[in-house]
Design a binder for this molecule. Structure first.
Ligand code: ZN
Ligand code: MN
Length: 481
């Protein structure tokens, strides 16, 4: 007997992305927003600790950054938005509510174009709103440690339309979103530091139908790998369940991703908005973004990552090299500085993408440990002025990465300066001629290349520090005598 035909199913995926903004201070207080590497509970105050009777004051820098991100995502910045209290009780949230934006978000209705296997794709953005982050809990055996340094960090929550059809599309979209947030300097979006986190919803439907079925929401995915693996797993699980039950999930569910075990686990039937008891935040007036203000922010928008990448490719860089520059602003700043100064993209890419990146990797350093733009340009100057050779330049760069010292200090301390002292080079040239009679004879018989041996001798005697131009000049002079 024929088996009953399974309908052809398609996955419907949407994302909620939380990105920490790289502001100086927190969202509603003056505390330092850079808690990385700091002692727990040292960048806190009574406001971000949620003490009663304190007054939150919105951070202007955060609002401008969020608006800039919204415009880069082609959203409309709403003229009026407001903050709401979203209530839940958990030790990471000392006030018992998060200040978020519920029914009137900062921005809505945008889209992101991204590339997947050479095809241009598009994913709609439903909304972008501002809220504050919670503290961080660390579970150790039977105890839980609370660190509130992160409490109050400004967040953008970006919600997509259910336009994604596979884990692969979700990741390609999320990568483009990350590049966009970095390009407008709204977030460092450093995944290792938890600065960008995903909740991913997936449901199935019969291909050709329009109805959205109940979905499974996977909470708190902290890397592109986890996003991809979790979505693949959950989609497969829903397909299997469809086969067994003959249809979609009966209602929405929330699951967690167990990275070690490579599977999801049911957390709860999904909470609804009612459970959060949203109401307008009484301590903060509505946020008004007038047209001039928005137009001014729009004028400051840089080129999109895709446009920027295209520029680098047109300069002659490989696609992978251009992607590094688009994704790593610290590296890009150095590349741009060297390229602008030398007008030589190949040379800039050799120094920055090959040498510098190689040394950073070898030293186990991150792109934020790079030399300053000034030090990098001083190194270019030292090479171009002939103070050191290009080869020595590489050694100096290696030491700059290892020690953080300025190039001129390294050159002086290591005695790496090129020898341009005429008398010294002249003496070595004479010595080289005396010791290489065969080369001189060959040269006199018309073999120009024979002089290489003489130059090589001088370079060897000076550990490569003789100025090659000078050696050649003085050699010619000596041969004319
Ligand atoms: Zn504070
Ligand atoms: Mn949120």
């Amino acid at each position: 007997m024929l088996q009953e035909q399974m309908p052809e199913l398609e996955a419907i995926i949407g994302l909620e992305v939380h990105a920490q903004m790289n502001t100086k201070t927190k969202m509603f207080c003056g505390c330092d927003n850079d808690a990385f590497g700091k002692e727990p509970n040292t960048t806190v105050c009574e406001i971000c600790m949620g003490h009663p009777g304190t007054l939150p004051v919105p951070n202007k820098e955060a609002i401008v950054k969020a608006a800039k991100a919204a415009l880069a995502l082609h959203c409309a910045v709403n003229r009026r938005s407001h903050f709401d209290r979203k209530h839940y009780f958990y030790p990471d949230l000392p006030s018992g509510f998060q200040i978020s934006q519920y029914d009137f978000p900062l921005a809505s209705k945008g889209n992101v174009r991204y590339d997947l296997n050479g095809n241009e794709m598009i994913c709609g953005i439903t909304r972008l709103h501002i809220e504050n982050d919670a503290g961080k809990l660390t579970h150790r055996g039977s105890v839980t440690l609370c660190d509130y340094n992160r409490a109050g960090t400004p967040l953008m929550e970006i919600v997509t339309e259910p336009d994604l059809r596979s884990a692969e599309e979700a990741v390609a979209f999320a990568e483009e979103l990350r590049r966009t947030l970095i390009a407008v300097n709204a977030s460092e979006a450093d995944m290792f530091k938890g600065m960008m986190r995903f909740d991913a919803s997936v449901s199935l439907r019969e291909k050709g139908t329009e109805k959205l079925n109940p979905r499974s929401e996977i909470k708190n995915l902290n890397s592109f790998k986890a996003l991809e693996k979790a979505l693949r797993y959950e989609e497969a699980r829903l397909r299997k369940s469809w086969k067994e039950t003959g249809g979609p999930l009966p209602g929405d569910i929330t699951v967690g991703w167990l990275d070690d075990e490579g599977k999801t686990r049911l957390l709860r039937d999904k909470e609804t908005a009612d459970d959060y008891r949203y109401f307008p935040e009484p301590d903060i007036p509505p946020l008004v973004m007038d047209e001039d203000r928005v137009a001014e922010i729009r004028r400051q928008l840089p080129a999109s990552p895709r446009e920027k990448k295209q520029e680098y490719v047109e300069m002659g860089l490989a696609s992978a090299e251009a992607t590094i520059l688009v994704e790593q602003p610290a590296i890009r700043a150095l590349f741009d500085a060297v390229q602008t100064k030398t007008r030589d993209a190949k040379r800039a890419s050799g120094m920055i993408l090959t040498q510098l990146m190689g040394f950073l990797n070898a030293e186990g350093k991150t792109p934020s440990d790079v030399p300053s733009v000034n030090d990098m340009l001083d190194l270019v100057d030292a090479i171009d002025a002939g103070t050191i050779s290009g080869n020595s330049g590489k050694t100096v760069l290696e030491k700059m990465v290892a020690t953080g010292k300025a190039p001129k200090d390294i050159i002086a301390a290591e005695g790496m300066g090129q020898i341009s002292d005429d008398a010294k080079i002249e003496a070595l040239v004479k010595e080289a001629i005396a010791k290489n009679p065969k080369a001189i004879e060959d040269y006199k018989n018309g073999k120009q290349a024979a002089l290489g041996a003489i130059v090589g001798y001088v370079m060897k005697m000076t550990n490569g520090q003789a100025n090659p131009g000078k050696v050649n000049k003085l050699l010619q002079k000596a041969l004319k005598k």
